[in-house]
Design a protein around this ligand. Structure first.
Ligand code: OXD
Length: 309
């Protein structure tokens, strides 16, 4: 049986080398050179063409090349019943944590303002902010969100997390469910979105949510572009209700050159690099799942198709 590598975005040579270090016998087919489609029993995918996964009659496992799986579940012709696993990798999580801490710290310490002062040639000191009184809200406290929340809490910030179902995390004030979203937002001077993109969370960062944040709040999105209603965020930045946004993800990507985010003075943007999947570390959970698949053992990091994560 064979693994299909299906991504135009990731380097097949690096991935094949990493996979062969752990599974030297593994037969890897690089899409679109599939050979006999009946040989394929697992597929490692990122943004596959819709319907493509239906061509493999013996497919038994779909592995996402990232932590997010919306790119898999968005396929209206996804074959039913086949387990889908995502990557859970300390390297990938660590990159997200670094980015979240950097972006939050930059706003907390007024570094965005000092960057402007430098451009203007202004020598001016702002009052030192109080870390313990700074409310940071992490929207989505799954694997990655909880790591971000705990790292920020270790700096002494007042961190809260919001999730659909209740979660208990040491040192983090937890809010759960739609009815607790407003009180969570009201204490979030810096909001960090780490939610999975599902039908329930698409467009969640809209005018109503932004209005519920304190005046002068900051928004950091390291989840998916589809979480944000761009026109609403731009309006909130222009009105001054939101003081700044750091965005790593967009809808669509690449962000079109004419998009207003590129030149907006209150927007800092990066090209979906908050963390990048490193084959050397991310291969471990993938190889383990392939081993389990052939041994008929329970698979790891499976996604619930209904909830979308
Ligand atoms: C991911 C991503 O889902 O890179 O891993 O966005």
């Amino acid at each position: 049986m064979a693994l299909l590598f299906l991504s135009k975005h990731d380097d097949p040579t690096r991935w094949s080398a990493a996979l062969h270090r752990h599974l030297p016998e593994l037969d890897i087919r690089i899409w679109p050179e599939t050979g006999d489609v009946g040989d394929i029993d697992s597929a490692l995918v990122w943004n596959h063409p819709p319907g493509e996964l239906n061509r493999y009659p013996n497919l038994r496992l779909i592995l996402s090349l990232g932590a997010g799986v919306n790119h898999v579940l968005d396929d209206p012709d996804l074959p039913p019943g086949i387990p889908i696993a995502r990557i859970v990798d300390p390297g990938l999580t660590g990159g997200m944590v670094e980015y979240a801490v950097w972006a939050a710290m930059r706003y907390h310490r007024n570094l965005d303002v000092y960057e402007r002062f430098q451009r203007e040639g202004t020598w001016k000191k702002l009052p030192m902010p109080d870390t313990a009184r700074r409310g940071i809200g992490v929207l989505g406290i799954g694997e990655i969100g909880s790591a971000c929340a705990q790292a920020l809490s270790a700096f002494g910030f007042s961190v809260a997390g919001w999730s659909r179902t209740p979660r208990t995390l040491e040192g983090i004030v937890s809010y759960a469910g739609n009815e607790s979203l407003k009180p969570f937002l009201a204490r979030s001077e810096i909001l960090i979105c780490v939610l999975p993109l599902t039908t329930a969370t698409r467009g969640i960062i809209n005018a109503e949510l932004l209005e519920a944040l304190p005046k002068g709040a900051f928004v950091i999105n390291i989840a998916r572009g589809g979480h944000v209603v761009d026109a609403d965020l731009l309006a909130a930045l222009d009105s001054g209700h939101i003081a700044g946004a750091t965005l790593d993800v967009f809808q669509p990507e690449p962000l079109p050159p004419e998009h207003p985010y590129w030149r907006h003075p209150k927007v800092t943007l990066t090209p979906h690099i908050a963390s990048l999947t490193n084959p050397d570390t991310a291969v471990l959970p993938i190889a383990e799942n392939l081993r389990r698949l052939s041994a008929g053992q329970p698979l790891l990091h499976l996604v619930d198709r209904e909830s979308g994560y």
